[in-house]
Write a protein that binds this ligand. Structure first.
Ligand code: NAP
Length: 246
């Protein structure tokens, strides 16, 4: 039995298990299963992997994407540059088990956003693990990016209170990387001045459960184009699968 899985603190929102279970059936990967492993602390991840030798690869989600890094043996170059990991590959030999961190969120975001990366300016809500992957891709495409944080630091970050409708109007591409609105707290949404939105905007929510968050609904009511995180989920999952099977 080859076991793959997802680890994080609270996983009830995740579609990853469903995604991989369908993939294994469809592509006839007998003997593979994908499970959810809720852990309290990223520090426990290496011990968990060491004591479960049938585990062949893990995805990492909220809130461990950054905090897991010190507990891994190394990270690939892209994960190092991003500063966040959502995939762990496991090399087991007789002497040692080597855990390497990778980031496939960047790949998923880049390939799902496509033409949207031609915009001049983007506003990214949140500064966590996925925001770092999104910011990495936006920088690669030369998109001028402003991050919105509850605790801003540095010249590229502002607080929610700093945002005016005029500033929102000035950033045609807005990406939500916060968990606000994610199942089960579906009534929540990021606190931005939505009155600054217009049909010139594109709102991208990394959340895919529910498929249309309040953030996206508000965008739609203002005539903006909207996109959820479902395509990114599939792309990052397939990239993780490639990494685990190298
Ligand atoms: P994370 O590392 O915990 O970062 C989330 C960030 O959101 C935090 O750093 C924080 O930024 C902000 N935030 C958290 N709680 C907030 C609150 N109550 N109010 C306002 N801001 C808040 O999480 P993550 O791993 O980046 O994941 C974030 C979301 O993206 C989750 O919903 C996840 O499911 C989704 N996601 C989807 C995909 C996909 O493939 N579609 C991939 C990755 C992530 P500040 O402290 O700066 O405010």
């Amino acid at each position: 039995m080859k076991i793959f899985g997802l680890t994080g603190k609270s996983l009830s929102h995740s579609f990853s298990q469903h995604y991989f279970s369908e993939k294994f059936l469809r592509e006839n990967f007998r003997g593979c299963s994908y499970r959810l492993f809720e852990l309290d602390n990223p520090e426990h991840i290496p011990e968990f992997i060491h004591s479960n030798p049938e585990i062949c690869g893990l995805n990492v989600t909220i809130p461990f994407k950054e905090s897991v890094i010190p507990f891994l043996d190394n990270c690939d170059d892209e994960a190092k540059q991003i500063g966040a990991v959502n995939t762990i590959s496991i090399l087991r030999n007789q002497k040692k088990t080597v855990l390497t961190g990778h980031n496939t969120d960047a790949w998923g975001f880049e390939n799902s956003a496509g033409i949207l990366l031609k915009c001049e300016k983007a506003l990214v809500l949140g500064t966590g693990g996925s925001a770092k992957a999104v910011g990495f891709v936006l920088k690669k495409y030369g998109v001028q990016t402003l991050f919105v944080s509850r605790t801003p630091s540095g010249i590229h970050e502002v607080s929610y209170d700093d945002l005016s409708p005029g500033m929102v109007a000035d950033y045609p591409f807005i990406v939500n990387t916060t968990p606000l609105g994610m199942f089960p707290e579906v009534e929540k949404f990021p606190s931005i001045p939505y009155e600054g939105l217009s049909p010139k905007h594109i709102l991208y929510d990394l959340i895919y459960n529910p498929p249309e968050t309040v953030f996206l609904k508000k965008g739609k009511s203002a005539g903006a184009a909207v996109m959820n995180g479902l395509r990114m989920l599939g792309l990052q999952a397939e990239r993780s699968w490639e990494i685990w099977n190298r």
